[in-house]
Write a protein of this length. Sequence first.
Length: 151
Amino acid sequence: MLKLSKLADYATVLMTAAAREPARTLTGQELAERTHVPLPTVAKLLKVLTRAKLLESLRGARGGYRLARPAEKISVADIIKALEGPLAVTACSGHHGECSIETNCATRANWRLINSAIRQALEAVTLAQMAQGGVPSARAKTPREFPLIRA
Protein backbone atom coordinates (compact mmCIF):
# COMPACT_ATOMS: atom_id res chain seq x y z
CA MET A 1 0.00 0.00 0.00
CA LEU A 2 1.24 3.47 -0.82
CA LYS A 3 0.92 5.61 2.26
CA LEU A 4 2.36 8.91 3.43
CA SER A 5 4.09 8.99 6.75
CA LYS A 6 2.19 10.50 9.65
CA LEU A 7 4.74 13.33 9.73
CA ALA A 8 4.17 14.18 6.06
CA ASP A 9 0.43 14.16 6.68
CA TYR A 10 0.79 16.41 9.74
CA ALA A 11 3.13 18.74 7.83
CA THR A 12 0.43 19.18 5.19
CA VAL A 13 -2.12 19.90 7.93
CA LEU A 14 0.18 22.55 9.48
CA MET A 15 0.95 24.17 6.13
CA THR A 16 -2.76 24.25 5.31
CA ALA A 17 -3.49 25.98 8.63
CA ALA A 18 -0.81 28.59 7.88
CA ALA A 19 -2.23 29.09 4.38
CA ARG A 20 -5.68 29.84 5.81
CA GLU A 21 -4.22 32.84 7.65
CA PRO A 22 -1.57 34.19 5.26
CA ALA A 23 -1.50 37.67 6.82
CA ARG A 24 -0.69 36.30 10.30
CA THR A 25 2.44 34.99 11.89
CA LEU A 26 1.46 31.91 13.90
CA THR A 27 3.33 30.43 16.84
CA GLY A 28 3.89 26.72 17.25
CA GLN A 29 1.37 26.75 20.09
CA GLU A 30 -1.29 28.40 17.88
CA LEU A 31 -0.70 25.87 15.12
CA ALA A 32 -0.93 23.01 17.62
CA GLU A 33 -4.23 24.37 18.95
CA ARG A 34 -5.71 24.91 15.47
CA THR A 35 -4.70 21.52 14.13
CA HIS A 36 -4.73 19.32 17.26
CA VAL A 37 -1.26 18.07 16.33
CA PRO A 38 0.81 17.61 19.53
CA LEU A 39 3.11 20.57 20.22
CA PRO A 40 6.37 18.52 20.23
CA THR A 41 5.47 17.20 16.77
CA VAL A 42 4.56 20.70 15.59
CA ALA A 43 7.94 22.01 16.80
CA LYS A 44 9.80 19.25 14.96
CA LEU A 45 7.85 19.82 11.74
CA LEU A 46 8.26 23.60 11.85
CA LYS A 47 12.04 23.14 11.87
CA VAL A 48 11.91 20.79 8.87
CA LEU A 49 9.51 23.03 6.91
CA THR A 50 11.61 26.12 7.67
CA ARG A 51 14.79 24.33 6.59
CA ALA A 52 13.02 23.40 3.34
CA LYS A 53 12.15 27.09 2.81
CA LEU A 54 8.41 26.42 2.86
CA LEU A 55 7.97 28.43 6.06
CA GLU A 56 9.89 31.37 7.40
CA SER A 57 10.58 31.91 11.06
CA LEU A 58 10.29 35.35 12.64
CA ARG A 59 11.87 36.03 16.03
CA GLY A 60 10.76 38.40 18.73
CA ALA A 61 7.64 39.16 20.75
CA ARG A 62 5.45 38.90 17.66
CA GLY A 63 7.47 36.05 16.22
CA GLY A 64 6.28 32.80 14.80
CA TYR A 65 5.92 31.19 11.41
CA ARG A 66 4.39 32.13 8.09
CA LEU A 67 4.50 30.80 4.56
CA ALA A 68 7.77 31.56 2.78
CA ARG A 69 5.92 32.13 -0.50
CA PRO A 70 2.28 32.38 -1.60
CA ALA A 71 0.17 29.26 -1.06
CA GLU A 72 -0.49 29.15 -4.81
CA LYS A 73 3.25 28.57 -5.33
CA ILE A 74 3.57 25.65 -2.90
CA SER A 75 2.46 22.19 -4.01
CA VAL A 76 1.58 19.15 -1.94
CA ALA A 77 4.62 17.54 -3.60
CA ASP A 78 6.85 20.28 -2.11
CA ILE A 79 5.61 19.48 1.39
CA ILE A 80 6.00 15.71 1.00
CA LYS A 81 9.48 16.12 -0.48
CA ALA A 82 10.53 18.24 2.51
CA LEU A 83 9.62 15.38 4.87
CA GLU A 84 10.30 12.25 2.86
CA GLY A 85 12.70 13.25 0.09
CA PRO A 86 12.04 12.69 -3.60
CA LEU A 87 9.04 10.53 -4.46
CA ALA A 88 9.96 6.98 -5.42
CA VAL A 89 7.38 4.20 -5.30
CA THR A 90 10.09 1.61 -6.02
CA ALA A 91 13.87 1.64 -5.64
CA CYS A 92 14.44 1.98 -9.39
CA SER A 93 11.83 4.70 -9.95
CA GLY A 94 13.72 7.21 -7.85
CA HIS A 95 17.39 6.88 -8.71
CA HIS A 96 19.41 4.73 -11.06
CA GLY A 97 21.49 2.04 -9.39
CA GLU A 98 19.45 1.54 -6.22
CA CYS A 99 18.06 -1.86 -7.23
CA SER A 100 20.19 -4.95 -7.81
CA ILE A 101 17.93 -6.31 -10.60
CA GLU A 102 17.07 -3.09 -12.44
CA THR A 103 19.11 -3.97 -15.56
CA ASN A 104 17.03 -7.14 -16.06
CA CYS A 105 13.70 -5.85 -14.78
CA ALA A 106 10.75 -6.03 -17.17
CA THR A 107 8.58 -3.70 -15.07
CA ARG A 108 11.02 -0.83 -14.47
CA ALA A 109 9.69 1.41 -17.27
CA ASN A 110 6.13 1.05 -16.03
CA TRP A 111 7.10 1.82 -12.43
CA ARG A 112 8.82 4.98 -13.64
CA LEU A 113 5.63 5.92 -15.53
CA ILE A 114 3.51 5.29 -12.42
CA ASN A 115 5.95 7.26 -10.25
CA SER A 116 5.78 10.17 -12.70
CA ALA A 117 1.96 10.16 -12.71
CA ILE A 118 1.83 10.24 -8.90
CA ARG A 119 4.41 13.02 -8.75
CA GLN A 120 2.51 15.08 -11.35
CA ALA A 121 -0.75 14.64 -9.43
CA LEU A 122 0.88 15.85 -6.19
CA GLU A 123 2.53 18.77 -8.00
CA ALA A 124 -0.83 19.79 -9.49
CA VAL A 125 -2.46 20.36 -6.09
CA THR A 126 -1.48 23.64 -4.44
CA LEU A 127 -1.51 24.56 -0.80
CA ALA A 128 -4.07 27.25 -1.68
CA GLN A 129 -6.41 24.52 -2.95
CA MET A 130 -5.86 22.49 0.20
CA ALA A 131 -6.69 25.55 2.32
CA GLN A 132 -9.91 26.11 0.39
CA GLY A 133 -11.03 22.63 1.36
CA GLY A 134 -10.98 20.93 -1.98
CA VAL A 135 -9.57 20.55 -5.43
CA PRO A 136 -12.56 20.88 -7.78
CA SER A 137 -10.63 20.25 -10.99
CA ALA A 138 -8.46 17.37 -9.74
CA ARG A 139 -10.64 14.73 -11.38
CA ALA A 140 -10.35 16.41 -14.76
CA LYS A 141 -6.55 16.62 -14.48
CA THR A 142 -6.02 13.02 -13.41
CA PRO A 143 -5.38 10.73 -16.37
CA ARG A 144 -7.77 7.80 -16.47
CA GLU A 145 -5.47 5.59 -18.50
CA PHE A 146 -1.72 5.27 -18.42
CA PRO A 147 0.05 3.99 -21.55
CA LEU A 148 1.84 1.03 -19.98
CA ILE A 149 4.88 -0.31 -21.74
CA ARG A 150 4.74 -3.98 -22.69
CA ALA A 151 7.71 -6.06 -21.58
